[in-house]
Design a protein around this ligand. Structure first.
Ligand code: PLP
Length: 403
């Protein structure tokens, strides 16, 4: 009998009891809108902003409707105008090039390395050739590049960095939290990220002028003084006249659900990392048939998902791996599909922008697999999944050699 896993890869861990009670309290009050407060009272949303800013170590924080909205507001506040080139990783999730297109700008895609981080040589070259003044740096699947080197490259060329931290909430580079290197950090609280409010986003920055612009654009009307982590009134003097309202607010119900999760986030990060380590260690034994992207020295990832590549394998072999794992109850995604698939797509599918040649990225994602590591898995689950991965991949390697 082959081993089989029967758990769910998409089951979320239960929300904390405190989230349920807070949600009931907000629903009972019917005060769902973030500016629906009595004098002197702080809304759930404002409290979340303050608490997230403290946790992240950022001066300012704005709670918004989604991670995508956080990126769009950051791009707009950074002054990106229609037709401007904006650099971003060639391997990322569709809302990233989507945010660039939403503000009318033109994505310039930068190659990634086999460790799934932006390629510094290609970045340096495209900073020069594109003339772009903004880099929307996506920490896709939690892989953190050499932030010290990136900041050197961009500062020399006066390029503003916006970090997409949808997968790096809680991750660090040399002890500093991801999101604090660029001018902005953009976070998502969509169900499949590190905190779960269904949909939602958080935007952080240390720049008071840009924070004020983002707050006004998020749809604060003249309630901008009712935010939890905002700059002083002088910063709004022009912003309140100059910035259009784009209605991207978070509401009190989501904020209420998130606050107790934030209290437990460090614990959750440790939990993901324990689980991912158990699985990743077993895969190391299959090298070089299997290549596991390595964290750079200095990077602390959050192991809410793991990735591996099968260098040199064909599309048919990759599809066989997905199929064989599925029959054993192990759900992995493959990024090499010719057509967009589920949540995944690749740059060749993004016809809303100019087609670009990215041979190095293509080679990596052609055999790249991705597996979620939910906190609902216990240690025994992780070990069973690791055993199944090893068995299926080993069988494929042997079949490949024989063919
Ligand atoms: C989910 C995700 C986003 C956007 O988050 P939403 O809240 O769904 O808009 C951005 N970047 C990456 C890499 C993501 O996975």
């Amino acid at each position: 009998m082959h081993k089989r896993f029967s758990g769910s890869f998409t089951q979320q861990s239960a929300l904390p009891e405190a989230s349920l009670r807070a949600a009931e309290r907000v629903l009972g009050s019917a005060a769902l809108h973030r500016y629906q407060t009595d004098d002197g009272q702080q809304s759930e949303t404002a409290c979340l902003e303050q608490e997230f800013a403290n946790w992240q170590g950022a001066d300012y924080c704005l709670a918004v409707a989604s991670g995508g909205q956080a990126m769009q507001l950051a791009l707009r506040a950074a002054g990106v105008a229609i037709g401007d080139p904006v650099l971003t990783n060639a391997f990322t999730l569709a809302p990233v090039p989507g945010a660039i297109r939403a503000v009318g700008a033109a994505p310039v895609l930068v190659e990634i390395t086999r460790d799934l981080v932006i390629d510094l040589d290609d970045l340096e070259q495209k900073v020069k050739s594109s003339g772009a003044k903004v880099l929307l740096l996506s920490h896709m699947r939690g892989h953190i590049p050499d932030m010290t080197a990136i900041m050197q490259i961009v500062q020399a060329a006066d390029v503003t960095v916006i970090e997409d931290c949808a997968h790096t909430m809680g991750a660090t580079w040399q002890g500093e939290k991801s999101g604090n290197f660029g001018t902005f950090g953009c976070f998502s609280t969509q169900t499949y990220k590190h905190m779960n409010s269904g949909e939602g986003g958080l935007l952080t920055t240390g720049d008071p002028t840009l924070a004020a612009k983002a707050i006004i654009m998020s749809g604060s009307y003249m309630n901008y003084d009712r935010h939890g982590a905002m700059p002083g009134p002088m910063y709004f003097a022009d912003a309140k006249y100059d910035c259009p309202n784009m209605s991207a607010r978070m509401d009190n119900l989501r904020a209420a659900i998130l606050r107790p999760q934030l209290e437990r986030l460090d614990e959750a990060v440790a939990g993901w990392n324990q689980r991912a380590k158990l699985i990743a260690e077993k895969l190391l034994g299959l090298s070089p048939y299997v290549y596991c992207p390595k964290a750079l020295d200095g990077a602390m990832r959050v192991g809410s998902s793991i990735q591996f590549c099968l260098p040199g394998q064909t599309a048919a072999q990759c599809q066989a791996v997905v199929r064989d794992l599925a029959t054993r109850g192990v759900e992995v995604k493959w990024f090499g599909h010719a057509e967009p698939h589920g949540f995944t797509s690749q740059h060749k599918h993004w016809r809303y922008m100019d087609a670009q040649s990215l041979p190095q990225t293509d080679e990596v994602i052609q055999t790249l697999f991705d597996m979620r590591v939910p906190l609902s898995f216990d240690e025994a689950d992780c070990l069973l999944i690791a055993d199944i991965l090893v068995e299926v991949l080993q069988a494929q390697a042997i079949a490949g050699e024989a063919a």
